[in-house]
Design a protein. Structure first.
Length: 367
């Protein structure tokens, strides 16, 4: 029988302009109340407006990053560890975070070589919601995609100079969303609410029918995804949003170079799928410091941690869904928690240094 006590650490994120943190004070309080010991890196909550004193009041111990990894068994993060963090991680750790291994093969191998056991938020499933730990960040990224895309359409940002949704004619602009999952739906809703013309492209006809019942057909097109259909749509598009996701796998390149070349000069492409490698042949990861590049006169925004720009909102939204799983792992121990919850088991990507998730293995081409 597992003794209900675990040492849990949540370090400061080191990824470019990543201000979120794995545990907020409310989650710390709950875990300490369960009998666990929680370590927070010094100034780890600064990006969400929480001081070390806030965490101390919640029951956490404030430590250096070195002490945190040395003392903790369960590591709670937001983003995949970057290269300089790998030296802290070892076979004694359980890592619970967004991993996106298929989108970065070399990183996947490096992480596995530490001997860690790692669970990915983005592949955890449940009976009530397909991807419960990915969904809140997808929704935030979807809303942000419309906001940042609209911003880069401004002429002073090298864009077309078009204000989306300004009038009820052609000049209101056109937004095309490829992929109608959680992220795509939010982008679609934002574009419709702002009065833009909207083209929705997805492989699933039932999903398109469902969206039509929800949003109606006024200035909205519902399009079954084919290469020819995407090419036709992008020619008439001011803002293209890629929101394609296949659980655990590298994102399929459904947007080709020829499609990008067919777009209007000064139009904008936002690739939400970039965490999984991107859904366009023209996509490459960018950062909040240097968020865009221009390819074939199309502005590309491919920031890999979009929700990091709204850390207060996204940290609390993430903690709401991750905390029950963290409590389960801490209470039961990882082995029993996985046996008890097949949805959590689907989050297991690396076990004792071996990549074990089938979709990740397929994407990485591991024999």
């Amino acid at each position: 029988m597992y003794i209900a006590f675990m040492k849990i650490g949540s370090p400061k994120e080191l990824k470019n302009n990543e201000y979120r943190i794995g545990l907020n004070p409310s989650s710390v309080k709950a875990l300490v109340g369960d009998g666990h010991e929680v370590f927070i890196e010094t100034k780890g909550g600064q990006g969400i407006g929480c001081s070390d004193e806030d965490y101390i009041r919640a029951g956490a111990k404030i430590t250096s990053v070195e002490e945190l990894y040395l003392n903790s068994e369960l590591i709670i993060k937001v983003k995949e560890p970057i290269l300089q963090e790998l030296s802290y991680i070892n076979k004694n750790h359980i890592l619970f975070t967004y991993l996106h291994l298929a989108g970065n093969p070399s990183h996947a191998i490096d992480l596995a070589e530490t001997g860690v056991t790692a669970l990915a938020y983005e592949t955890v499933t449940s009976d009530s919601e397909r991807l419960p730990l990915l969904s809140p960040m997808s929704k935030i990224a979807g809303q942000l995609s419309y906001m940042v895309g609209s911003n880069y359409l401004l002429k002073n940002n090298s864009g077309l100079g078009k204000l989306l949704g300004f009038s009820n004619d052609f000049n209101s602009g056109t937004v095309t969303v490829v992929g109608a999952g959680a992220a795509g739906r939010e982008a679609i809703a934002k574009a419709i609410a702002n009065g833009a013309n909207v083209k929705i492209i997805d492989l699933s006809e039932p999903k398109l029918n469902e969206l039509e019942l929800e949003f109606g057909s006024n200035r909205i097109e519902y399009i079954k995804s084919t290469p020819a259909a995407i090419l036709k749509a992008v020619k008439e598009t001011d803002l293209l949003i890629g929101a394609v996701y296949d659980v655990g796998r590298a994102a399929p390149k459904v947007i080709t170079l020829d499609m990008i070349k067919a777009m209007r000069p000064g139009s904008v492409f936002v690739d939400i799928s970039i965490d999984q490698g991107g859904c366009s042949e023209s996509s490459k990861p960018t950062t909040h410091d240097n968020p865009t590049y221009i390819y074939e006169n199309v502005i590309h925004y491919c920031v890999t941690n979009m929700p990091g720009s709204v850390p207060v909102t996204s940290t609390h939204a993430l903690n709401q869904v991750t905390l029950p799983y963290i409590r389960k792992i801490a209470k039961k121990g990882l082995k029993d928690a996985l046996l008890d919850d097949k949805g959590l088991m689907s989050g297991l990507n690396i076990q004792a240094g071996k990549i074990v998730h089938e979709s990740v293995i397929d994407s990485l081409g591991i024999a």
